[in-house]
Design a protein around this ligand. Sequence first.
Ligand code: CO
Ligand code: CO
Length: 328
Amino acid sequence: MSPGDLDQILCGLSLPTDPNLIVGTDGCDDAGVYRLTDEIAIIQTVDFFTPIVDDPYRFGQITAANALSDVYAMGGKPLLAMNIVAFPLGDMDKSVLRDILQGGLEKIKEAGALLVGGHSIEDKELKYGLSVTGVVHPDKVLLNSGAKPGDVLLLTKPLGTGILSTAIKGGLAGEEVEERITLCMITLNRIAGEAMAEVGAHGCTDITGFGLIGHLFEMANASNVSITIDSSSVPLLSGTLDYASMGIIPEGAYKNKKFYQKWVTSKLSQKDPLEMVFYDPQTSGGLLIAAPGSKAEKIKEKIKSLSDFECEIIGKVEKGVAGKIILE
Ligand code: CO
Ligand code: CO
């Protein structure tokens, strides 16, 4: 599905409203949020996909980290998770599924959440994911519409998982690259999410299928601001730029470009492979946090003291045409 397709389908449906609904379907946010009391809101999200790596255990870890991320992106803490499984019983050994579920469970535990059930069906194509319920204080929900002029943007994981996966599939990259992207994808956004919740921020989303630019656009548009990106400061997984300059670009990046490029003003040279990297669809990508400079620095320091992941301030939020993105 292309970006926007689902929005159009949802468009014709009349969805219920409720004063306690903090986040519903209209803001393209990462999860739904509902106020239960003045102190507690629940966050609800679901995500699943087909295998993106061969190792079932790691596939389970990646999928779970990706699904849990949407709770962190709202400023919340995951509490409960349920497995979603589609499995080709006739064609695949059950031990594969056990390994997937084991990998997922490990990440659910690492997040401090509980696995409380799930549902499985028989299907020709293997799919796995989680529905996750989390909690957050109703006044501390971080929306993608919260970015304010004057904020800076912090990105908490390097980009490049789509491009490097494509290189691996094409036989152009080996085990060392696979190790690098897997480590990136299985890393929970927990440390980043907790640092952000502790220090405070204005807005947040996580970088997934629409690529950096797609998610920047969602934030800039919803927040009614423009965003300027300092292209050279965006953290990349090593090797990403080399493969991108060889033209190893996943189809999803071209789809993202087609959909989002009208909002982008690029000061990069036309041959610069960086631009396509910014459209690269990410799996289990980092958080994109909008916060005042001093807070963003504090969040960054906390993250860096607890992990060795690259985490950088990549741009700034400005008054201007809603949704406009400038690449400098
Ligand atoms: Co998300
Ligand atoms: Co999601």
